[in-house]
Design a protein around this ligand. Structure first.
Ligand SMILES: Cc1ncc(COP(=O)(O)O)c(C=O)c1O
Ligand SMILES: [Zn+2]
Length: 367
């Protein structure tokens, strides 16, 4: 392998570590890592950790369409409302961007078999990219995950472990299996490589809209999209391509809201979890909670929670009035946008962008 262009930096004690997909925690203090590059931002393309991005394990992810939602924009009185159609990815969600980077790093660092846990979309995505790279994947997912997502995991040849109970139970079962089997835990939430793949979303937005976005509103669970997109905008800012970083607002369900609670100083714990249809963000103990809070605060953004009814209302409204069939988790971002506009956090006439993270085609309808 060439000389690596990055190292891993502990988020808690700042110690430096060599690139690795197997070491998820800092040997000094147990903290999680961020990727730290040893080269300056390039400007036109995001920095990536792979030795040779041309030889990346790719299925054609990225470069998703950016579409103007005219009717919704007018109804909410915004200056502009752009949506990034992230569900138009090889496996139907934004996760493919992260899977390309993580599986390439795994393949290049000698991994042949790995364990992963997911609410469904990341498991489906990593299963596809594992198949493409010739890696064996074991995916732990909630038994309640949408059948479309579970079918994807299986058809891509991964071993599917369906775990009863909330999302957190799948993580705990995966961790147990890792101990039993001694296999690599290539968790897309613990590894810092997955979110590196998300930086390109910001580059693609800026390529089309240049300096024209004031706010990004997005669903947040474990924060890979949030953390990656903020990093992307920071790189663009550092490279002098943009003059300001948009405000990032994180949307969670009322039922599972650790990030919004932490932002608002509200006492909320894993024991307060209630069921939600927003399965992609039903993450009660996000390991990167502090990093997510910092990412949002660094942009001057806020957190907002949304009701179960509003998820279904917005899924229907987007489909029937705009022709966009988003999964419920993704539709939640629009319910969050309405609250942010109503409370004056987002001014009328602002320019807003929402990534539509997943496809409605994977889930049974709840209406
Ligand atoms: C459709 C969808 N949107 C958003 C998210 C949240 O992404 P993250 O965990 O990176 O915050 C997920 C995660 O599973 C998802 O499936
Ligand atoms: Zn440390």
């Amino acid at each position: 392998m060439n000389v690596p262009n990055h190292q891993l930096r502990c988020l808690d004690c700042s110690s430096k570590h060599p690139p690795s997909v197997t070491d998820l925690y800092c040997a000094e203090c147990g903290g999680l890592f961020a990727v730290e590059y040893l080269e300056a931002p390039h400007g036109s393309l995001p920095r990536l950790p792979m030795a040779d991005p041309i030889m990346a394990n790719s299925l054609g992810e990225g470069d998703t369409p950016l579409v103007f939602l005219e009717k919704t924009c007018e109804q909410l009185g915004l200056g502009s409302l752009w949506v990034k159609l992230e569900f138009m990815a090889p496996t139907g969600s934004f996760k493919d961007r992260g899977s390309a980077v993580l599986t390439t790093m795994g393949r290049d660092l000698g991994v042949t078999e790995f364990i992963e846990d997911s609410s469904g979309n990341a498991g489906a995505s990593l299963s596809a990219y594992a198949a493409a790279a010739g890696l064996k994947a074991h995916v732990f997912a909630p038994a309640s995950a949408a059948s479309g997502k579970l079918d994807q995991i299986q058809i891509f040849g991964a071993s599917l472990h369906k775990i009863e109970g909330p999302r957190q139970a799948a993580t705990e079962a995966a961790e147990e299996f890792v101990k039993e089997r001694g296999l690599v835990y290539m968790s897309h939430n613990l590894s810092p490589y997955f979110s590196e793949g998300m930086k390109a979303v910001s580059y693609e937005i800026v390529e089309v809209l240049e300096d024209g976005i004031d706010h990004v509103v997005l669903p947040v669970g474990n924060g890979s999209l949030l953390i990656g997109m903020v990093k992307g905008f920071q790189e663009l800012f550092e490279a002098g391509i943009i003059a300001k970083i948009p405000k990032f607002h994180g949307v969670q369900a009322d039922s599972v809201r650790p990030v919004v609670a932490a932002l608002n100083g509200e006492a909320w714990s894993h024991d307060d979890v209630l069921p939600t249809q927003a399965s992609g963000i039903a993450v009660s103990k996000p390991p990167r909670l502090a990093e997510m809070v910092e990412a949002i605060k660094s942009t001057g953004g806020f957190g907002v929670t949304v009701s179960e009814e509003s998820l279904i209302d917005w899924q229907t409204r987007l489909a029937a009035s705009e022709g966009v069939f988003a999964e419920m988790t993704s539709a939640g971002a629009f319910a969050g946008l309405v609250k942010l506009v109503d409370s004056g956090v987002i001014d009328n006439d602002s320019n807003v962008c929402i990534p539509i993270t997943g496809s409605g085609l994977k889930e049974p309808l709840k209406k």
